[in-house]
Design a protein. Sequence first.
Length: 354
Amino acid sequence: MKALRYYNRHDFRLEDVAEPDVGPDDVKIRVKWCGICGSDVHEFLAGPQMIPFDRPHPGTGRMAPIIGGHEFSGEVVDVGERVSRVGVGDRVTVRPTLPCYRCHYCRRGQHIQCVILGTIGASTDGAFAEFVTVPEDTVYELPPDVSFEAGAYVEPLACALHAVRRSGMVQGATAAVIGAGPIGLLTLQAALACGAEKVIVFETLERRREMAERLGACAALNPLDGNPGKEIARLTDGLRADPVFECAGKPAAMLLADQVSGRGATIVEVGVMMETCDFPFLNLFMREKSIIASQGYVDEFPTAIAYLASGRVKCDPEMTTARIALSNIMEEGFHTLAGAHGMEHCKILVTPEG
Ligand SMILES: [Zn+2]
Ligand SMILES: [Zn+2]
């Protein structure tokens, strides 16, 4: 079968590989759609970070080359002998995390902090391929009203829901989201679905501000225009936002989060910030704010699927800016997203069909 294997930085190869074997607890899926994640692009430009490169992954025993792709949907084509909950023909999505279920953190329910956490599409083969084989416990059925395209958004939506849950947001809250890329737009919608009264989005790119307004933001502001702190104070009777979700992963965005958050607010770091940040901790102290982080998800997949099924969260076609074939994934996918106009895109979905 055709698959995109991650070898190293700037070295992803579309290759012919054997179809994966089906172990007794495994489910084999014919991939329908798989989204390209920011982390995939990062792995291409600045990796290897997620891909085990110089020694095998402690959980999966695998190392590069590994087939990428972790935001996907598909149809079950085969199941192992011990699989009971999933059957051939089921329409499914997959939670890519592979916790050990035995370590200190797994036993406390913090699976994302598992000391040997593996990830499908990073530490074992993923879904930029015609077929992928995964353990049964990672498989979630898609209801008929969730399309395969929308099914590819369940994983990033679960990240957004985890961030909202971690924030402790209350009903009727005024929230802010900084950065309207895929995770920012999903966090905007997750906050509204979870009871925020209004969500104000800060984003420098006009096209992304327009998407944010279409997807429910009460205002989408360019933080480079005027004074964002005063602007949000004007929109909120001086109270500013609580919580604030930093989804850009940039030090400037964290400083903006300080400006637009209110007294006692919680700032949630959702973006992946590679640089260190010179944050004014005196403001944190004087206004009793909290900064917390949110990574991935634990058990948010069923809620994500339910919100897509009910239409409370809209992903496809609203957030899909290109649908491409696996055979063109480097040129039309990675090179496009890494190129000068990559930020004009939101989510690119890849199919091995056609
Ligand atoms: Zn992702
Ligand atoms: Zn564990």
